[in-house]
Design a protein around this ligand. Structure first.
Ligand code: CP
Ligand code: NVA
Length: 300
């Protein structure tokens, strides 16, 4: 039976670990200039209902590097924009392609797509989750710190898609997660409870200083996500990742940002530049991890 990647719980931990190992091999191969064409003749269709730089490029280039092809399908340029259903779109693409990646608003849209598609579906971000981002971020943390279980991670900012997948990731990979958001912008309670039931060590806080105390990784994301309308960012100001806050973290703290960044808002420019190597390696790793994910889903 085909497998999808709609949340971090869509695959077993062993499968995710296999993907991370494979990503490591693919990264090394690329650094050594070795060409690996395991997806020759295969096609990925990428549906976008929101903008993207990294997700589009890393999936598209990843398919090309593996010998396959990627087809971009924007909502407005396709019949989706004129009301063709996601169920019919799923069935049509399944007759042509080998996998679908979708970036959209509702998680239910991705679920319906996966239900009607006979080929693997990958969630490239919804309002609720961003699983490919966090899978790749786990790879980046392991690469730098040599481990993931027990690592102390603090997330500051809005408690939406990236925070939700980070919460799921705590349950799967065993890092200890503090999430600090302004009041009223916390993660969905159901997501937190479910991750805790699965063994996740997760604290939800409203004090950024407490959250980053001793943190080995400090993670942030934009305050205004795609599709959101926030006119007043005042409640977010004290959650900015800046030098003052980072003094409370581990002395070798790793700073991650899924990007795009709004410097001067969620992250101080100086901190961003001091940690630019980590942040852009984080962006790079999307390519290697998603190549491994596509191989796993398409070839299994
Ligand atoms: N981090 C991320 O998903 O970036 P894009 O929105 O550019 O794809
Ligand atoms: N939370 C952000 C993530 C961007 C990759 C958004 O949804 O816009």
């Amino acid at each position: 039976m085909k497998k999808d990647f709609l949340t971090l719980f869509s695959l077993e931990r062993e499968e995710l670990e296999w993907i991370l190992q494979r990503a490591s091999q693919l990264k090394r191969a690329r650094q050594e200039g070795r060409i690996i064409k395991t997806l020759e003749g295969r096609t990925l269709v990428m549906i976008f209902e929101k903008p993207s730089t990294r997700t589009r490029l890393s999936f598209e280039i990843g398919m090309y590097q593996l010998g396959g092809t990627a087809v971009f399908m924007g909502k407005q340029e396709s019949q989706l924009g004129r009301g063709e259903s996601i169920e019919d779109t799923a069935r049509v693409i399944s007759r042509y392609a080998d996998a679908i990646m979708i970036r959209t608003f509702g998680q239910e849209t991705v679920e319906r797509l996966a239900q009607y598609a006979t080929i693997p579906v990958v969630n490239g971000l919804t309002d609720k989750y961003h699983p490919v981002q966090i899978l790749s971020d786990v790879f980046t943390i392991i690469e730098k710190l040599g481990k993931i279980s027990g690592v102390r991670v603090a997330y500051l900012g809005d408690g939406n898609n990236v925070a939700h997948s980070l919460i799921n990731g705590a349950a799967v990979f065993g890092y200890e997660l503090n999430v600090a958001t302004p009041e009223g912008f916390g993660p969905e309670r159901e997501i937190v409870e479910n991750a805790r039931e699965r063994g996740g060590k997760i604290e939800i806080l409203h004090d950024p200083f407490t959250a980053v105390e001793g943190a080995e990784v400090v993670y942030t994301d934009v305050w205004v996500s795609m599709g959101q309308d926030k006119s007043d960012l005042t409640p977010f100001q004290k959650f900015q990742v800046n030098g003052e806050l980072l003094r409370r973290a581990h002395e070798n703290v790793m700073v991650l940002h899924c990007l795009p960044a709004h410097k001067g808002e969620e992250i101080e420019e100086k901190v961003f530049e001091e940690h630019a190597e980590e942040i852009f390696t984080q962006a790079e790793n999307r390519l290697h991890v998603q190549k491994a994910l596509l191989e796993y889903l398409i070839l299994q």
